[in-house]
Design a protein. Structure first.
Length: 136
């Protein structure tokens, strides 16, 4: 099993729900070929350096995973025929130094995902307390 990273850029013309479905399909391609997803990093909508297919923006999503090297060809083939993707890039982490960098990136992505969840939970708590206070 080797360590990989995929950056995909999804078309900005899709709705938020369609973007999430597209991301889920991308992750399903990885897991169906024997990959194990270690972390995800939704970078959001960003301006592109140059227009791709007349789109000045794109939704960026990074997936860190481990998989057998023989499955990468099939994953990239499936990405190429997916019309919702503007671009993708697969990065292989080979040496010990690169694998350590991959582990640091995974840790950073997992940490940022946890910090994004906490503000939502804290925002929900005062609303629940206010609703309980108004009922009393």
């Amino acid at each position: 099993m080797r360590h990989y990273e995929n950056l995909v850029i999804v078309k900005p013309t899709l709705t938020a729900e369609e973007i999430q479905n597209s991301i889920a399909a991308i992750e399903e391609v990885i897991t169906s070929n024997g990959g194990e997803i270690a972390a995800r990093d939704a970078m959001g909508m960003r301006k592109l350096a140059y227009p791709i297919e007349k789109n000045p923006r794109g939704y960026f999503h990074v997936v860190y995973y481990t998989i057998d090297p023989s499955a990468i060809g099939e994953i990239e083939r499936r990405f190429r025929i997916n019309e919702e993707l503007l671009r993708f890039v697969t990065i292989k982490y080979d040496s010990k130094r690169e694998v350590k960098a991959w582990n640091d990136l995974v840790e950073k992505a997992n940490k940022s995902a946890k910090t994004e969840e906490k503000p939502e939970e804290k925002a929900a708590e005062p609303a629940a307390e206010a609703a309980a206070g108004s009922e009393a």
